[in-house]
Design a protein around this ligand. Structure first.
Ligand code: NAD
Ligand code: ZN
Length: 354
């Protein structure tokens, strides 16, 4: 088993990575939550038929009373209505302050169930059991939990660290190819911003079967990078910004496709290539870097460019018509494996993107 410990002031927790770990969820949760009596498992309609039984059986065998709650799959479940439904279901299941919530699913389940855990009874413990690649390398680590509002994504939320993150790489076998590729965009991001050797490692095996052969190493490397960044900047006021590489421009592509045409991972993929090109035009990123990133992303089945208008870029960087002089921090690469924030004038950025 590979283990990482995330150490934060007043609270630290383990990330456990091992094939077949789902069937041992009970013993792992027992160690992390010695006092809990009831575990309230939240999952979605796709994950429930695949993995709820194994998880619930293992938790029950470790002596927990288990309740479960299944939400519809998809981003639209990350909403106030589902949150309120969860709160009521938790109270109907007689959850107490010493009990805990278990998020079994992708980022949607993790963000929603985590926010419910942060708020029910003024906060109860929770465990992340991420089942998508994106959730395993990104959303389950770091303690950001949230729901979406009409006004935008992730606008109501909290920082609420889990007690344990438990990853079974075998669950990734049932992911659709497109969902696996989506998660790979974030995996590639870690190589770009912090670990050039890891980028090269990925570039040598850019297909799903080969990647799955090395999946424990991949999950460990990504989670370790996120761990270091989160430990140094839990509240997202400094270094955590580096994780936004490709995301500001990616946001423009998500807007351009009205959040329908392009998935988050596809938008981030194209955003990273564009950010690398921009970095080169600013004289920061070595020439040829964008091409290397694009080559890997293309082999992974991700887009490397997405059509986008100046108005969409402007909306994504929050520039209105009178916005000259406003500054933005964009993440650019000094080299493949080392990202830095780059402050520039928003109007100048739009000119450079045109
Ligand atoms: P998701 O949770 O919607 O999962 C994608 C799809 O895969 C869903 O249909 C789900 O039912 C299905 N699925 C999940 N596990 C499966 C499995 N093992 N086999 C087959 N199907 C499976 O989406 P996601 O990409 O995991 O997460 C996206 C969400 O994560 C967004 O809401 C985003 O805002 C959030 N996010 C949060 C953070 C954070 O720090 N909290 C970071 C990044 C992203
Ligand atoms: Zn992302």
């Amino acid at each position: 088993m590979k283990t990482l410990t995330v150490s934060l002031p007043g609270r630290s927790y383990d990330i456990l990575i091992q094939r077949g770990l789902l069937a041992r969820a009970g013993e792992c949760c027992r160690k992390a939550l010695p006092k809990a009596g009831r575990l309230f498992v939240v999952t979605d309609a796709n994950v429930a038929p695949l993995y709820l039984q194994t998880t619930a059986d293992s938790l029950a065998a470790a002596g927990f009373q288990v309740s479960s709650h299944v939400i519809p799959a998809g981003e639209s479940s990350k909403c106030a209505g589902q949150l309120a439904g969860l709160w009521e279901a938790m109270m109907a299941a007689r959850l107490t302050r010493t009990d805990a919530v278990v998020a079994l699913g992708g980022g949607v389940v993790g963000d929603l169930a985590g926010f419910a855990a942060a708020t029910i009874l003024r906060g109860v413990d929770f465990v992340q059991i991420p089942t998508t690649l994106l959730a395993q390398v990104d959303s389950s680590v770091g303690g950001k939990v949230a729901i979406d509002l009409e006004a935008g994504k992730n606008l109501a939320g909290a920082f609420w660290q889990p007690r344990l993150v438990l990853m079974d790489p075998e669950v990734l076998e049932t992911l659709p190819d497109a969902t696996f590729a989506d998660g790979m965009a974030e995996v590639v991001k870690y190589g770009c911003i912090k670990d050039g050797a890891f980028f090269a490692f990925l570039a040598q095996r850019p297909d799903r079967t080969a990647l799955m052969g090395e999946i424990e190493h991949i999950l460990y490397t990504c989670c370790n990078i996120k761990r270091m960044v989160v430990e140094r900047d839990e509240r997202d006021t400094g270094e955590r910004m580096l994780l936004n590489f490709g995301h500001t421009l990616g946001h423009a592509y998500e807007l351009a496709g009205h959040y329908q045409t392009w998935t988050h991972g596809q938008a981030v993929a194209a955003g990273m290539v564009k950010a690398a090109r921009l970095g080169t035009s600013l004289g920061v990123t070595p020439a040829g870097t964008a091409e290397k990133i694009a080559g890997l992303l293309e082999a992974l089945g991700l887009p490397t460019a997405i059509p986008c208008t100046g108005a969409e870029y402007a909306a994504a960087v929050g520039l209105d018509k009178k916005g000259t002089g406003e500054q933005i921090s964009l993440i650019v690469l000094e080299e493949l494996g080392h990202a830095i924030p780059w402050r520039m004038d928003k109007a100048a950025l739009l000119e450079a993107l045109a």
